[in-house]
Design a binder for this molecule. Structure first.
Ligand code: ACO
Length: 370
């Protein structure tokens, strides 16, 4: 038995949800470029869960179901108020999602009907939880979402308590479309491993959030913003990046296990970042990002991934860095739950082997003789 570090190149399951073939990402066979330009996030959620694009009445029904479930239990709001205000937002989100299961009496019902309803609830409640976390930290009361509005609209509305601009809603919606699913990424794999033991959907999503939190995965978008803030001004970019490269530090937001010729999602976020910079009359973050890309691609051949331009995009939308990875979760919960449902359809416990590299033929020495 020989281990493959990081399971690189290992095909661990079949899936009909999303694919990355020759650098092209599709959801259910639809090119991400096409979806990013044309579909709303709710259409994509439907596509991921049900395997086809919704017609108007199917979409209206899903929107009504999502609207019905946006509220979170009061007990969870009260718990959130007790979390330390300086804790990592993804850690707080992980705890709150786990807590949701305690207040859902269908949490352990493993029927398809119960699980798809829980998927709807998780998709509807996750934005409410993230906005609640943000507002409570800022010492403000949570804001209830508006009925009949999109997830992108309501998330921005719940954050600020004010009607968001149409352009901000469009940008957020597109970001959600771009992050919704991504084949067998680390957090989706974590979700599938968890539920393949026949544990419940909340456990699967909680595992996924734990995996997404890490800076080599979803946490990279926040880390990119930390880097941009450390650099501060355009004229400092070259020296900063050169010293990182000299120290052999990783540059967050670059590189990818699967894409070697560039992440197809990155160009959409780059365009959004450029447009927001122009609309805001301040392109500093965009210009800095482009210069970083020139340096990293030029010297290391590494291309930006989905996280790189999302940092400047979200910042220009007025969103704090600590919410970037939770926004990723707001979108990716659609993919996680689609994969969990798919795992349940044809389940077998996921239990690979390890190549043992420890000592052998040891002789037990009694405690008193050690
Ligand atoms: N900066 C500098 N060097 C890098 C970077 C980077 N961002 N990414 C890869 N490299 C280098 C590695 O040091 C390694 O060099 P070596 O062969 O000389 O040791 C080589 O490129 C291969 O990189 P690995 O880390 O082995 O690639 P792996 O497939 O294991 O990791 C990963 C992929 C985690 C995305 C990696 O590129 C990385 O750490 N990037 C930065 C974090 C990041 O942006 N994560 C988000 C990924 S997208 C997502 O999950 C949403």
């Amino acid at each position: 038995m020989t281990a493959t570090k990081g399971l690189e190149g290992i095909v661990a399951t079949t899936s009909s949800i999303s694919s990355i073939i020759d650098g092209v990402l599709t959801y259910r066979g639809y090119n991400i470029d096409d979806l990013a330009e044309n579909a709303t996030f709710e259409e994509v959620v439907y596509l991921l869960w049900y395997g086809k694009l919704p017609n108007q009445s199917e979409l209206a029904e899903l929107q009504a179901q999502l609207s019905e479930h946006t509220a979170i239990p009061n007990a969870v709001v009260e718990q959130i108020k007790l979390y330390p205000s300086d804790t990592n937002t993804m850690a707080a989100l992980r705890s709150a999602i786990s807590a949701l299961a305690l207040y859902d009496n269908t949490a352990n019902d493993m029927s398809y009907e119960a699980n798809i309803t829980k998927a709807i609830k998780l998709q509807a409640q996750l934005p409410t939880i993230v906005a609640t976390l943000a507002r409570v930290r800022a010492g403000k009361e949570p804001v209830a979402p508006q009925a009949g509005k999109s997830i992108a609209y309501n998330f921005l509305y719940m954050l600020s308590g004010q009607e968001p601009e149409a352009s901000a809603v469009t940008a957020m919606d597109k970001a959600l479309v771009l992050h919704a699913d991504h084949e067998l990424n680390a957090s989706t794999f974590a979700a599938r491993v968890t539920v393949a033991t026949l544990s419940d959907i909340y456990s699967g999503v909680t595992s996924a959030i734990g995996a997404l939190k890490g800076p080599l995965h979803g946490g990279a978008n926040e880390a990119v913003m930390v880097m941009l803030n450390e650099i501060g001004t355009f004229d400092r970019v070259d020296d900063y990046i050169q010293s990182k490269l000299d120290n052999k530090d990783k540059i967050m937001g670059f590189g990818h296990r699967v894409y070697k010729n560039g992440d197809p999602r990155a160009k959409h976020l780059q365009k959004m970042s450029e447009e927001l910079g122009r609309a805001n009359g301040d392109s500093t973050l965009y210009d800095m990002s482009v210069r970083i890309e020139e340096l990293i691609t030029g010297q290391k051949g590494l291309k930006p991934n989905v996280d790189f331009y999302s940092a400047s995009t979200y910042t220009m939308l007025g969103i704090a860095g600590e919410l970037f990875t939770p926004i990723f979760a707001i979108s990716r919960v659609s993919g996680w739950t689609a994969h969990i449902l798919e795992q349940f359809e044809n389940n077998r416990i996921i239990r690979p082997r390890a190549e043992y590299t420890g000592p052998s033929h040891q002789t037990y020495v009694h405690l008193q003789n050690r």
